[in-house]
Design a protein around this ligand. Structure first.
Ligand code: NAD
Length: 354
């Protein structure tokens, strides 16, 4: 087993992890631990090169710092990536080796589920390190984060409705949910319960049919998504959906969804602002899952009631972001970065003073 440092400005620690016996090639990035240990998921993808994997892990680790700072989880930001095809390369030896590498960081980095990594994989990682969160409820952990992410998004949408329409009421509001998977599907159900008029879209047509039959939702094909007139567009599928091609054609007044990295580029937040479309920054509104997981690390261990109280603060966090954006005449995206950077700067100053 071999671990080597990769120097990157602005990152506390980045390590390359290689294990010949299991074939593991991974990178762990710790961006910032000013506010607490760096928590972020582990993903596995067949990256074309180590540079591509490094780019991904650095970007994601910084994103986790911002997300946790705004959500006040008491955590810092980090992420890990395993290079390889998850369909062919997953073995117990690989995840045990990954667990050993995570353990060498002594709790500076705490891992969790992410793309192509599930609870069974993390159970194997757990054999070698205790720095793992998001395991099953039966094992005393916080379990599947998706319903909590959906709840946080719903609470965030209340702030969006108030700010954009002057009323928190969902009744009569038309909400288009793109992607009715673990998070979007739950969100769509909750929106219906709140009295919203829900329109769903998903490339999985069987799932759409099942939801239509169960809930009577209106459905639109993926290619017709931009033709839908609605109050709120809620991207809950993939990233980069807000871009030069889509933004000029959106027929909504607000964007508020759970998908990560919704903006193709930061400037797309300004494009939305110019079109008077209120954008709920993705990492602010989709923080319910990380807030839930963070509760595991509290001295008393996981407590769902505590988690829910904290998740519901996403409403306040978004209100704060919208107020700053209005006051400073900046995009909501820039406003949320300012909130995060200010919290980090204050914590750094307090540490230096003590
Ligand atoms: P999921 O895989 O359960 O669901 C995604 C759904 O989107 C699927 O039904 C899929 O068929 C559909 N989809 C994929 N591409 C699409 C497209 N182009 N158009 C329409 N539908 C499409 O994933 P999830 O856990 O629900 O996560 C959804 C998004 O939310 C992801 O971007 C994820 O990173 C983000 N997110 C999830 C959580 C969580 O707790 N699960 C937390 C934060 C962020």
């Amino acid at each position: 087993m071999e671990i080597s440092e990769i120097q990157r400005d602005g990152y506390e620690k980045v390590v390359r992890c290689r294990d010949g016996a299991s074939g593991l090639h991974a990178i762990i990035a710790v961006h910032d631990t000013t506010l607490g240990p760096a928590l972020g998921g582990m993903r596995m993808l067949p990256y074309a090169s180590e540079d591509e994997a490094l780019f991904d892990v650095l970007r994601l680790a910084r994103g986790m710092t911002l997300k946790s700072a705004v959500a006040e989880t008491g955590l810092g930001g980090g992420k890990s990536v395993i290079l390889g095809d998850p369909r062919r390369m997953k073995t117990e030896a690989l995840f045990e080796a990954m667990g050993s590498f995570v353990d060498t960081l002594g709790g500076l980095y705490i891992t969790a589920e992410d793309m192509n990594i599930g609870i069974p994989d993390l159970e194997v990682v757990r054999r070698k390190t205790r720095w793992v969160t998001g395991l099953s409820r039966e094992s005393g952990s916080s379990g599947n984060p998706s319903p909590y992410t959906a709840r946080g998004c719903l609470k965030g949408m209340v702030a969006v409705l108030e700010h954009r329409f002057g009323s928190p009421d969902f009744a009569g509001r038309r909400v288009l949910v793109q992607g009715i998977g673990a998070v979007g599907g739950r969100l769509a159900e909750m929106l219906k319960d709140e009295g919203a008029e829900v329109v769903v879209s998903d490339i999985n047509t069987d799932r759409v049919r099942a939801f239509q039959e169960e809930h009577g939702f209106e459905a639109v094909a993926d290619e017709d998504l931009l033709d839908v007139e609605c109050d709120v567009f809620s991207p809950c599928a993939r990233g980069a959906g807000l871009n030069d091609d889509t933004i000029p054609n959106l027929k909504c007044k607000a964007v508020a969804g759970c998908a990560n990295n919704q903006l193709l580029e930061p400037r797309h937040a300004d494009m939305l602002r110019e079109r008077d479309i209120l954008y709920a920054p993705d990492y602010v509104i989709n923080a319910g899952g990380i807030v839930n997981v963070a509760v595991e690390l509290l001295p008393g261990g996981y407590d769902e009631q505590v988690a829910i109280q904290r998740i519901d603060r996403i409403y306040d966090n978004l209100k704060h972001v919208f107020e700053i954006a209005d006051k400073e005449h900046i995009s909501t995206s820039e406003a949320s970065e300012r909130v995060a950077e200010r919290r980090l700067a204050e914590a750094r100053a307090a540490k230096t003073a003590s």
